[in-house]
Design a binder for this molecule. Structure first.
Ligand code: GLN
Length: 550
């Protein structure tokens, strides 16, 4: 029998429900349980694919091409499982299914209503993840208890317990215990109100995760237990941690996994937390500073680049390097260059993006990195930008561009594929999800991956224009990976440069804390090399790696 854990949030948004759920997932996996996760999002967009990164952060892409909420990235990184489109459902997608069924006549003339039709569809989505291969499904309900849009979801998860049996469901509620400066007190009232709100929807939480700046006292814990009718052992404190990888250890030390397993009859297996503990240790030991400039359009909201940042951190953990990200607004590159500030960077990352704004700044940064031996990693749009830069400045193709930014470019080195030309629907029409690439034997990327056939996730419309292949083939820029049919360019790399490598894919979506994505790993190695060259008293790269592994 598959067990279900539902994670809801109260008081304010942004409490890290996703990270709390992921951390619990990690703890259950450490007990040998098979865990999967999903997110139910109350907003009306059919998927996050069309949402502005400024509002909603990064769109996380799954192997099967789902454009999903960034919390799925946390899930994958923490439970170390590849998820699918089925792990993210929005109100928009749920209503779309119900309305389509109504139009087909599936409801046989009945009045179609939120209860039972929408709630049944929500329950069907939850049940999609149930299988003989799954012991526990963790379902996070997005938004905050008290939101108007969340009501059908709360009703669905309330009914769910009745459907599958009381012993098979556990409700975990994440709240905030704020500190009020003038009275020097931590306050439980918001938690009480939030639990009251949840109860008014028929859900009594089984466990409460109290987020706080500083640890809460035993008295406060008893008070919350008493007023919210949750056993003291189910009141868990997650005070701010110095790294997000510490959260599973925090929740374990608070006894959350033992409590939940006891409740759900999942046995009292001893969790094997040594690998995770070692990871946390290595995070603490990663102290050699490496300054990475991230040149983007959405830098005012770092969540827009969440997986890129995490991948850099994973690579940093691997090499014992403390990644310091310099957020660089693409339009400001010229000014920074003039002020000599790009020179101080140990590496430059040009991440994905859409639209023309800031592209010229990224091209300038790519060129500066190329000419000054600064390690540079291009991801998706980053590869397109590096291709344009090389075409203009090394191949002499004046005005080279992508037709995304200049339809009349004399040298459209990046262009739409034939099949993409007439698309007007903006949802789900890109090259999405996992695609295999064949790497050139002996190339830097083949060396980095340690294999010649690799799969990475994609999300883009434009491609390297095959008409320009021969021009590049005759140059120092190696087209070092392509689609198996040879039509699409997937990786490029520059000979005789510490690291000037890019991919049309998004390798950041597959990086894991203990297995950094190969290109990020090699990029950070190169950046660390530059940092050491600048600062010779730092221990060597080998010493750092040895330290990190010990
Ligand atoms: N805008 C580019 C394209 O659509 C790159 C997309 C991206 O970086 N994800 O091809």
């Amino acid at each position: 029998m598959t067990k279900h854990i539902f994670v809801t949030g109260g008081v304010v948004s942004g409490l890290g429900k996703g990270l709390s759920g992921s951390s619990l997932g990690r703890l259950l996996k450490a007990r040998g349980l098979r865990v999967t996760m999903q997110k139910l999002d109350p907003y009306l967009n059919v998927d996050p694919g069309t949402m502005n990164p400024f509002e909603h952060g990064e769109v996380f892409v799954t192997d099967d091409g789902g454009e999903t909420d960034l919390d799925l990235g946390h899930y994958e990184r923490f439970i170390d499982e590849n998820l699918t489109t089925e792990s993210n459902a929005t109100t928009g997608s749920i209503y779309s299914s119900v309305i389509a069924a109504e139009r087909r006549g599936d409801y046989l003339g009945k009045t179609v209503q939120v209860i039972p039709h929408i709630t049944n569809e929500i329950k069907r989505r939850i049940n999609r993840l149930v299988s003989d291969d799954v012991d526990v499904v963790i379902t996070e309900v997005g938004g905050t208890v008290g939101d108007i849009e969340i009501l059908p979801f709360l009703e669905a998860i309330r009914q769910f317990r009745l459907d599958v049996g009381r012993d098979n469901v556990c409700y975990v509620h994440v709240t905030l215990v704020p500190y009020i400066g003038p009275s020097s007190e931590q306050k439980t009232k918001p938690t009480q109100h939030s639990v009251t709100e949840l109860r008014s929807r028929g859900i009594q939480p089984d466990a409460i995760i109290c987020r706080s700046d500083d640890p809460i006292s035993a008295d406060l814990r008893r008070k919350i237990s008493n007023l919210c009718d949750v056993p003291v052992s189910g009141v868990v404190n997650a005070a701010d941690a110095s790294s997000l990888y510490e959260i599973p250890m925090v929740l374990h030390n608070e006894g959350l996994d033992a409590y939940v397993c006891d409740m759900l009859g999942l046995g009292d297996l001893t969790p094997d937390l040594d690998p995770w503990r070692m990871l946390v240790q290595r995070v603490e030991q990663a102290t050699s500073p490496v300054r990475v400039g991230l040149i983007g359009k959405y830098v005012s909201l770092p969540d827009a680049y969440l997986s890129v940042v995490e991948s850099l951190n994973h690579a940093g953990i691997h090499h014992g390097a403390d990644i310091k990200i310099e957020w660089i607004q693409a339009e400001e590159v010229e000014g920074m260059l003039a002020a000599g500030r790009l020179r101080d960077l140990d590496g430059i990352v040009i991440p994905g993006g859409f639209g023309e704004r800031g592209v010229e700044g990224k091209i300038t940064a790519a060129g500066y990195a190329r000419e000054n031996d600064i390690p540079c990693l291009g991801l998706c749009l980053g590869m397109q930008v590096m291709t344009i830069e090389y075409a203009r400045n090394a191949l002499g193709l004046a005005g080279a561009n992508s037709t995304e930014f200049d339809l009349r470019s004399p040298h459209p080195v990046i262009d739409l594929m034939e099949s993409q030309r007439d698309i007007t629907d903006m949802g789900g029409t890109m090259r999405l999800g996992a695609y295999v690439a064949q790497l050139k034997p002996g190339s830097r990327v083949a060396e980095a991956y340690g294999e010649e056939v690799v799969s990475e996730r994609h999300r883009h419309r434009y491609e390297f224009n095959p008409k320009y292949r021969t021009r590049f083939d005759e140059s120092d820029l190696v087209l070092s990976g392509e689609s198996p049919d040879g039509r699409l360019v997937e990786f490029i790399e520059l000979e005789e440069h510490p690291f000037w490598i890019a991919t049309q894919a998004h390798p950041e979506f597959k990086s894991r804390p203990d297995r950094p994505a190969p290109l990020f790993r090699e990029f950070v190695a190169a950046a660390l090399g530059r940092a050491e060259g600048r600062n010779p008293q730092l221990p060597s790269l080998e010493t750092q790696s040895a330290l990190a592994k010990s």
